[in-house]
Structure formats: structure tokens, C-alpha cells
Ligand binder design. Sequence first.
Ligand code: NAP
Length: 268
Amino acid sequence: MAFYEGVFPLTKNRIMKKLANRTVFITGGLSGIGKACAIAAAKEGANIAVADRKPADEAEAMKDIKQENNKAIFIECDVSVFAQVESAIEKVVNTFGRLDVALNNAGIGGEPNKVGDMTEEGWLKVIGVNLNGVFNCMRHELAQMAKQQSGVIVNMSSILGRVGFATSSHYVAAKHGVIGLTQTAALEYAMEGIRVNAICPGFIDTPLLATGGITDHEEVKQHIIGLHPMKRLGKSEEIATGFIFLACEDSDFMTGTAIEMDGGYLAI
Ligand code: NAP
């Protein structure tokens, strides 16, 4: 028996598991940063609901998360569709009884183009997932959390929610918008036991960077690495530590913030 079990029995869960029995909803939780956050939250004792696009093999896609906590479900959901997000949140509440933490993380990179060459379709696609998707999620999460008078929302913004990046105006505009949504909702719900914060990662080595033509082109990859004073890409697991901090009671006095986890990118 550990020393605290006899002396402080009520603190055992607090010491051992930061999210014991909490219900955590994560969009885009089958890949990259979202998956690392889902695994970290499951390790901290949370029930996990992953909302993502349908994988080829659902059992395989959920395996690493369920290995940490078997109380984990997959919900097929396109975050850019309001009604699908509404159904997803209903499913979370029907399954686990409540919604304690939401990580609005699903996102795409989009086709690179200068503003003057951007297609309407390319613009709307990125805004649809990266900005409207976060609004759709917050809209339904906050309705549920307001009923509970408790909850935590973490939105995945980016360093590109703070500064510009040539050829990514759609992505940059969406990620700036996510910080605005975060701050506004934080003000609206501060007195209702609901905290809303964001994370701004630097470039993180995930499938998004490969499909975005960064990690699969050595010259581009080295250029991007060079933009970070630490001279490396971040790891999904490093961002997950920030998510757990914002999701649990360690950050109880924080709302409306956007924390930068970026290897020094924004310090230059
Ligand atoms: P990732 O590995 O591509 O994971 C994103 C996940 O979101 C994938 O499972 C993806 O499904 C899913 N998704 C995409 N569109 C969706 C939709 N409409 N509805 C539901 N799920 C959807 O990317 P990541 O790098 O982990 O990125 C996660 C978040 O972090 C994004 O918001 C991204 O903008 C942000 N971020 C990333 C970086 C970075 O350098 N990687 C830096 C700053 C911020 P599919 O696999 O089917 O597309």
C-alpha cells in the first residue's frame, strides 16, 4: 500500500489519475495530436469518446486508446456538419451520462495558395473544418456543459493563430478565429463553472505535415525545422501534456488563454 492510501485515502485518485472517471470528447482523435491526447487522457483514467472520420478498421484504430482504458467509444462525425456534431454529443451523454472535457482538435491543412489565387472551394473547405467545425462543437458542448454547470473545453489552434504564414490564409484565418472563439466563450461561461482555453502548437510531426507536403520533402522539412529556435519539430505527446494540464484541475484558475507549445517559434 502506498503511504498516502492510509494517510490520505481521498487523495489517491487525485495523485494517481488526473481525469479519473471524467468523460472526455476528442475530435480528430484517431491521428496525430488528437490520438496522443486520447491516449494520455485514457491513461489518466478518463472515459474517451473519439469523433473522427470513419477509419478503414475501427477496432484497429481504437486499439491503442482502449488498451489504456476500455471505456472508449468511436463516433463517426464530420465536424463541419452541425447536425452530425449535435448527434455526436448526444451519443456521448447517452453513453457516459455527461460531458466533462472536450478537445476540439480535428483539422486539415488545405491547398496552399496566395490570397489572390485562392479558390473559393479551397477557402471554404478549410474554414468549414477548422473554424466552423470548432464552432459546431462548442455550440453543442457548451449547451450540455451549461446544463451541468461544469466543464472544460480545449481548442486546438496553432502558432498560425498568432501570426501569418504565406500561402495558408485559410488556415491562418481559421486558427486566429479559434482563439477569438475561445476568448469569447471563456468570458460568457466564466461564472458557470466552464473553462475554455486553447493550445497553439508549433509544427508537430504528424500525418498532417506529410499530407501537407512538409515532412515528405527534406528541403521543406529542414526549412520548417529552422523556424523553431529548438531546431526540431514537436511531438504529439508533448502537446498532449498541455492538453492534460488544461483539462484537469491543475489549471483551475485559467480560462480564455491560448498557450504556446512551439519550441520558441513565436519568440523570434
Ligand atoms: P492529423 O494527424 O491529420 O489528424 C487530424 C485528424 O482530424 C485526422 O484523424 C483527420 O481525419 C481528422 N479530421 C479531419 N477533418 C475532419 C472532419 N471534417 N471531421 C472529423 N475529423 C476530421 O493532424 P494533426 O497534425 O494531429 O492536427 C490536429 C490539430 O492540430 C489540427 O487542428 C491542426 O490544425 C492542429 N495543429 C497541427 C500542427 C502540426 O504541425 N501538426 C500544428 C499546429 C496545430 P483524416 O485522417 O480522415 O483526415
